[in-house]
Design a protein around this ligand. Structure first.
Ligand SMILES: Nc1ncnc2c1ncn2[C@@H]1O[C@H](COP(=O)(O)OP(=O)(O)O)[C@@H](O)[C@H]1O
Ligand SMILES: [Mg+2]
Length: 166
């Protein structure tokens, strides 16, 4: 008898005790990113979403300085893979998001969307969501990883290694 396939909704959580730790998590995650990946970042203002993207950029070998795309909505960077960094915080309508043509932007690159949980319904269902929670102290964050879809299922061991720190 074969074991039923296990595909947990939550892959795991990580604590980051300083901005540098959040960036290291991002750069470790970058090692397993593939073209077409979508990473949705959830969490309140100041949670560390942009900090995490800076780490992803570092891990992808992006030389440019990553700045928050809050006013520009989307910025692109060249690395091992093209990084498309989107922040939908200021979007008023779903149409504005559709106008950005995100699906095309992300085709051959990796798209990371701040406030992505708010627009998940408008994006392809396969993605990795990372929710960042603030603790009571200034500098501790909890990152909860929730992968969806077959390509993340097949990378669950690699993701587990990132989450396990090993
Ligand atoms: N563990 C941590 N991880 C990420 N950021 C942290 C952490 N501790 C403190 N910070 C600070 O919190 C702020 C996060 O800002 P930012 O990444 O722009 O948040 P967001 O994009 O979610 O609004 C930064 O000023 C950063 O220095
Ligand atoms: Mg931000």
């Amino acid at each position: 008898m074969t074991e039923p396939e296990r595909r947990p909704t939550v892959a795991g959580t990580l604590m980051a005790h300083a901005p540098e730790e959040t960036r290291v998590i991002g750069s470790r995650l970058a090692t397993l990113l593939e073209p077409g990946d979508i990473v949705l970042l959830a969490g309140p203002l100041g949670a560390g979403k942009t900090e995490l993207v800076k780490g992803v950029a570092e891990g992808l070998g992006v030389d440019e300085v990553v700045v928050s795309p809050t006013f520009t909505l989307a910025r692109e960077y060249e690395g091992r893979l093209r990084l498309v960094h989107v922040d939908v915080y200021r979007l008023d309508t779903a149409q504005e998001l559709l106008d950005l043509g995100l699906e095309d932007l992300a085709d051959d690159g990796v798209m990371v969307v701040e406030w992505g949980d708010a627009v998940a319904g408008l994006l392809p269902p396969e993605h990795l969501e990372i929710a960042i929670d603030l603790a009571d102290d200034e500098s501790t964050r909890t990152l909860t990883f929730t992968p969806s879809g077959p390509s993340w299922g097949s990378r669950s061991a690699a993701l587990g290694a990132v989450l396990g720190g090993g």
